[in-house]
Design a protein around this ligand. Structure first.
Ligand SMILES: *Cc1c(COP(=O)(O)O)cnc(C)c1O
Length: 394
């Protein structure tokens, strides 16, 4: 998510916290909450007292903007991400601590950047070991050898892990070999026991640091946090990793992003009147609806059904009618005082303090909070709460 298209000339859209661009094209706004990021990082630490914490900032910090979250998350022990350009941005912010490439390098020349920026990188396949063996470097690399524990995306299967370890640790290009794995089912009924058993069996006599847990494992499986590092992503951004089994309140997480807009129109419906494309909603009683300036082109999910929760002036109500490109229609029945210009909160925290967790919007729309955060569109202006030019705190 970058700032909207109305930045002053010469302002690089990824530069640190931007005040709201002026003139503002529409009332839509995403607000990042640094205090909530700090709180959530603290929450992770309380669940992983024995571990260091990787703050996972891939996908531009889950759509929040790396530069916008950096200050609040600099209390983490390292930053983990996927994209080498994002690693450069973390270094450009002055971070000298660990940076981990979760998928390792994508081509041999990436190793030069790893050497130059001192990036630690995952090694998940033989090709990456071949590239390291051919890499010329003064300083040996810190690598995280990845075991495939059943997800079957990246990593060496348990029966191939030791061969890879032996090959890797014999290379002069390699300093310390650490070990990592990524659970497929830390959030669900299958759990992590089988993966943990395989990992222990194969690695018990190997030296090196371990990194096992993602957010779900960190919160749900104390076993997985008894490792050197946990990798916390969605929890930092206030999403419950196992919604709807548990919600963010259960895990004591706070929303780190608010997507808000205003009502730009009011309609009075009579019984039988319909709303929006395809007449997906029909009024059964006389009612007022509000038209909010947000649509799927802003990243609001088009698949949000009738009844998807939304806040108007901090009061919970529902979406009625199909989401269109630039507009969403909402029932004003529970908010008789609302009218033209009223605040609409799509997710996050309303000015009154009411919270609408992103998971409660994502779930009825058939997706997860992760996707909604990452999908906020470039045309949405972003402010950091408390930063110069940003609206005051609540
Ligand atoms: C994205 C990612 C994480 C973080 O996952 P969350 O569910 O957001 O905590 C951890 N480890 C790896 C390898 C990842 O790719």
């Amino acid at each position: 998510m970058t700032a909207g298209p109305v930045l002053p000339m010469g302002v690089f859209p990824l530069s640190p916290p931007l005040p709201q661009p002026s003139p503002v094209p529409r009332p839509i706004l995403a607000t990042i909450h640094p205090e909530a990021l700090r709180h959530n990082l603290d929450r992770v630490r309380r669940s992983a007292l024995q571990s260091r914490v990787w703050a996972v900032v891939k996908a531009n910090a889950y759509g929040h903007g790396i530069e916008r979250v950096f200050d609040a998350l600099r209390g983490a022990d390292g930053f983990a991400l996927i994209d080498l350009a994002e690693a450069e941005r973390v270094r450009a912010l002055g971070w000298r601590g660990p940076v981990l490439l979760l998928e390792g390098v994508f081509e041999p020349r990436d190793l030069e950047l790893c050497s130059r920026l001192n990036l630690w990188h995952a090694v998940h396949c033989d090709e990456q070991i071949d590239w390291l063996a051919a890499h010329k470097t003064q300083v040996p690399h810190r690598v995280f050898l990845k075991m495939n524990s059943g997800m079957n995306r990246l990593g060496f299967t348990p029966d191939r892990l030791r061969t890879a370890w032996t090959r890797l640790s014999a290379l002069p290009q390699v300093d310390e070999v650490s070990l990592m794995m990524h659970f497929s089912d830390a959030d669900g009924a299958k759990g992590i026991e089988a993966a943990m058993r395989d990992f222990e069996r194969v690695t018990q006599d190997l030296p090196g640091e371990r990194s096992l847990a993602n957010s779900a494992a960190t919160l749900r499986h104390a076993d997985a946090t008894r490792a050197d590092w946990v990798r916390a992503g969605i929890v930092l951004y206030g999403g419950a990793p196992d919604y709807p089994e548990h919600d963010s309140a259960h895990w004591q997480l706070q929303p780190t992003m608010t997507l808000s807009t205003r009502l730009i129109g009011i309609q009075h419906l009579q019984p039988g009147d319909t709303v929006g494309y395809g007449s997906r909603f029909t009024a059964e009683v006389p009612m007022r609806i509000g038209v909010a300036a947000v649509g799927y082109a802003d990243g609001y999910p088009r698949h949000a059904p009738n009844g998807t929760p939304v806040l108007v002036d901090g009061v919970r109500t529902r979406v009625v009618g199909r989401v269109s490109m630039d507009m969403v229609t909402v029932d004003l029945t529970p908010v008789p005082g609302a009218g033209f210009g009223s605040e609409v909160t799509l997710w996050g925290r309303a000015a009154r303090g009411t919270v609408l967790p992103i998971d409660e919007v994502a779930h009825p729309a058939g997706t997860i909070g992760y996707e909604l955060m990452c999908a906020v569109a470039p045309r949405v202006p972003v402010v950091v709460e408390g930063a110069a030019g940003a609206p005051g705190g609540v």
